[in-house]
Design a protein around this ligand. Structure first.
Ligand code: UDP
Length: 448
């Protein structure tokens, strides 16, 4: 009897931070499990250049459909995110099995899954909680460090997230998390025990799925920065990037530039033009809104020539992190950036900006102990002195040595979990066993 090839439809959000790990998941499904994969991608116009580059690199068994452009203008102003969870309800209507791919860590997932319960228990705003929140197996987190979307309970974003959390509970056959057992053992254990009761979908740690270094090759400016790295001493360069969307205010941009200069450390900085209101102003477009060089302090580029290199908008991050000369990463703490840093053993300076990044920063500093965190002063800025201190401490100081040593352990664990017998490889194979089965059978099996 001829066997049909299973087909998976993947519905990502338009941002790079979700598309990149999903492309890696698609590659795993196609190359190691013989699946056909179709990306169904919402856009607000034509896909941006880095997005096209990622999608063009796919093998034939992975195809892409762009949905007709959607206008985001009529969304409530405080609704910051557009996720694909409504697809879960559509899938249910058609009797199609559906899994969630959670592109962040188990700590954040635990918070989302507990949100309906916390919403009932916590009567004040989370940021006013007198004690840190302690979820099962998780590092304690102050309410002010929880995700932006839960900071105002009356906001549309909060109500939306609460709805998403309920959708997770009701519609998903399982949740694949882009993290791994050794990194978040206690959190995963607690999540897995929780699903025995049948109230929660099973959780599968399938990471670290990170972007393939080849995708970024070829761009002229990019190869220039890799050539520059080739000329620097081993472990000497601090890489600075705020992900695909991160933007700073003009005042903050000045402090960062002056702090880097003051530190005397070598640096490679991906810079975007400032934005006064949003910290994620280029999340869907990636490109700097204006020429960022026009906004750097006068004479900065000339004064730091030879010590630092400034790149506009986008750089080949994975290749930079895997480069011998890179000794540290000042990051906005997007989860992909963190995983890429872990896989390549680079300790971090945590400078969270938006979304769930403060939670990630707490995990990096208090739990994994692979990062130092910048301090925001009474003016809401990270001052140049603090930036200089962190840069020196990470690249040349004793604290940096310790963080690097801790990072080494996680790097080794990350390499093991994706080997043939690794825990993430095995974990990804589990939900695939259910594919092709009617939904009803799955429900019985999931709730054990
Ligand atoms: N990225 C890159 N070059 C850049 C900026 C970002 O290759 O100049 C990639 C980075 O390697 C990561 C992704 O874009 O894979 C950003 O994801 P992350 O979760 O760190 O942050 P987000 O952009 O979602 O805030």
């Amino acid at each position: 009897m001829q066997q049909t090839q299973p087909n998976v439809a993947i519905v990502p959000t338009p941002g790079m931070g979700h598309l990149i790990p999903l492309v890696e998941l698609a590659n795993q499904l196609a190359l190691h499990h013989n699946f056909l994969v179709t990306f169904i991608i919402p856009t607000d116009g034509s896909p941006m250049k880095p997005q096209r580059r990622v999608l063009q690199s796919l093998p034939n068994s992975i195809s892409t459909i762009f949905l007709p452009p959607t206008n985001f203008d009529d969304l409530p102003e405080d609704l910051l995110m557009v996720f694909g969870t409504d697809a879960l309800e559509v899938a249910k209507e058609f009797g199609i099995l559906s899994f969630i791919f959670f592109p962040s860590n188990a700590l954040v997932l635990s918070f989302v899954l507990h949100l309906p319960e916390l919403d009932k228990k916590v009567t004040c705003e989370f940021r006013d909680l007198p004690e840190p929140l302690q979820l099962p197996g998780c590092v304690p987190i102050h309410g002010r460090d929880l995700a932006d979307s839960v900071q105002h309970k009356k906001s549309e974003t909060y109500k939306w997230l609460l709805g998403v959390a309920k959708q997770y509970h009701h519609f998903a056959a399982g949740i694949m998390v882009n993290s791994f057992m050794d990194l978040e053992l206690a959190v995963f254990k607690a999540l897995m025990e929780g699903d025995r009761s049948g109230f929660r979908p099973p959780v599968y740690p399938v990471g670290p799925l990170i972007q393939n270094a080849f995708i970024n090759e070829a761009e002229h400016e990019q190869s220039d920065c890799l050539k520059w790295l080739d000329e620097q001493p081993s472990g000497s360069v601090l890489f600075i990037s705020f992900g695909s969307g991160g933007t700073l205010s003009q005042e903050q941009l000045n402090e960062l530039a002056l702090g880097l200069e003051m530190s005397g450390q070598r640096f490679l900085w991906v810079v975007r033009s400032p934005h006064e209101r949003a910290a994620n102003a280029t999340y869907f477009s990636v490109q700097s809104i204006e020429d960022p060089f026009d906004f750097l302090p006068k004479g900065f580029v000339e004064r730091t020539k030879g010590v630092g290199l400034v790149v506009s908008s986008w750089a080949p991050q994975v290749q930079i992190l895997s480069h011998e000369s890179t000794g540290g990463f000042l990051s906005h703490c997007g989860w992909n950036s963190i995983l890429e840093s872990i896989v390549h053993g680079v300790p971090l300076i945590a400078w969270p900006l938006y979304a769930e990044q403060k939670m990630n920063a707490v995990q990096l500093t208090d739990d994994l102990k692979v990062a130092m965190r910048v301090q925001v002063n009474e003016n809401g800025l990270v001052g140049k002195e603090d930036i200089a201190k962190c840069a020196r401490g990470l690249i040349g100081g004793e604290e940096g040595k310790l963080l690097r040593k801790n990072m080494r352990k996680h790097k080794d664990a990350a390499a093991n979990v994706l080997s043939q017998d690794g825990s993430s490889t095995k974990s990804l194979a589990q939900p695939l066993l259910f594919c092709g089965q009617p939904r009803e059978n799955l429900r019985v099996r999931v709730s054990r």
